[in-house]
Design a protein around this ligand. Sequence first.
Ligand code: AMP
Length: 211
Amino acid sequence: MRLIILGAPGVGKGTQAKKIASKFKIPHISTGDILRAEIDKGSEMGRKAAEFVHSGKLVPDEIILGMIKDEFKTEKFKDGFLMDGFPRTLEQAVKFSELLEELDMNLDRVINITVDEGEIVKRINNRLICDKCKKVFKLNDFKDDNLTCNFCGSKLSKRKDDSEAVIKNRLEVYKLQTEPLVDFYTKKGLVENIDGIGSENEIFERILARL
Ligand code: AMP
């Protein structure tokens, strides 16, 4: 199964992507996770990407495309993949189609999760991430101020780019640069639009019904 998951920041793409990847036993590649790991490591790529990621702007296409090409040099994606957060611009989508063609691979589906903007802002304001294992939590699930990860015990924080000002910027960037991809893939007959309002499991069931 070769899949892309699309949707604005905060629609629950990452959560659903993990569930789908685990169900179909395919690798989940999140460009946001890779970039955050590189920033934490302080690698050259991380240093180049940090100012873009922290301000909610897109990292330049050549950095992202280089990263994806490197990933596809490995055998890991031979039997399928789920791309989360990539492609994010038309340029990335076109280059990704070319790469897949070179590798003689076809996309099976593009899952597009939709949620209205008010709900997205609420969800992002409620999102916490573990400093160490990067698991995602909801602030309103905690009854006291002890915000620690129940998997590894580390401190939970807000993502730097989840602040109110940066969220606005990210939603703007999404509308301008990423939303056109819904059209791009609809024309290829690949898009499954999924209503992203409901419990995690309800949304997951909706997705499975379309795959
Ligand atoms: P995400 O975790 O998918 O919300 O991504 C967090 C941030 O990483 C984005 O706001 C961008 O700054 C950067 N990023 C992730 N994926 C891409 C991509 N495909 N192209 C450009 N920037 C990206």
